[in-house]
Design a protein around this ligand. Structure first.
Ligand SMILES: [Mg+2]
Length: 164
């Protein structure tokens, strides 16, 4: 299995239903922030995200934010959502992600990461040995480097769909 391939690609985080968690044996979720729970730099959660979080909390699913962004960005957003967080996670390195996963105190295969980027969220999750769910970004990024990364992601996204 390629470390660049997600276990699942979904339109967005709200597509994670109680049935899906049940089917895949997911008992806890690590969440990326930018382009996963809202657009880049946006202090407000994306439409529907608050309700989805309420649903997950109601099911007793532990949640943890793991973002490569700074504490200044992540802390106000996470506290607004009432979710614990690890900022400056350095995904795909295990530095912050491992810390987030350990807090659940569950077998790794019962943990999933949800994020919008293959080279940080999916690669980091696969290296950590947890389930990986790739979501589509809410907004297209402007920077050249980002556009290049998105182009490189396409080959893995295509490989994922070929496997289905
Ligand atoms: Mg992101």
């Amino acid at each position: 299995m390629s470390v660049f391939l997600p276990d699942l690609i979904l339109e967005n985080v709200m597509c994670i239903t109680p049935q899906l968690l049940e089917e895949r044996g997911i008992r806890a979720i690590v969440l990326d922030v930018d382009n996963t729970l809202t657009s880049h730099g946006n202090p407000e959660p994306w439409e529907g995200v608050t309700e989805w979080l309420t649903l997950m909390k109601g099911l007793g699913i532990p949640l943890m934010i793991s973002s490569n962004n700074t504490r200044e960005r992540v802390e106000p957003f996470a506290s607004r959502l009432g979710v614990d967080f690890v900022p400056m996670s350095c995904k795909p390195l295990p530095i912050g992600l491992s810390r987030a996963v350990k807090r659940f105190n569950l077998p790794k295969k019962q943990v999933a990461i949800v994020g919008d980027q293959i080279f940080t969220d999916v690669l980091g999750g696969n290296l950590e040995g947890i389930q990986t769910i790739l979501v589509k970004p809410f907004e297209e990024e402007q920077g050249r480097l980002f556009q290049l990364k998105r182009r490189f992601e396409q080959r893995f996204i295509s490989a994922y769909y070929r496997k289905q």
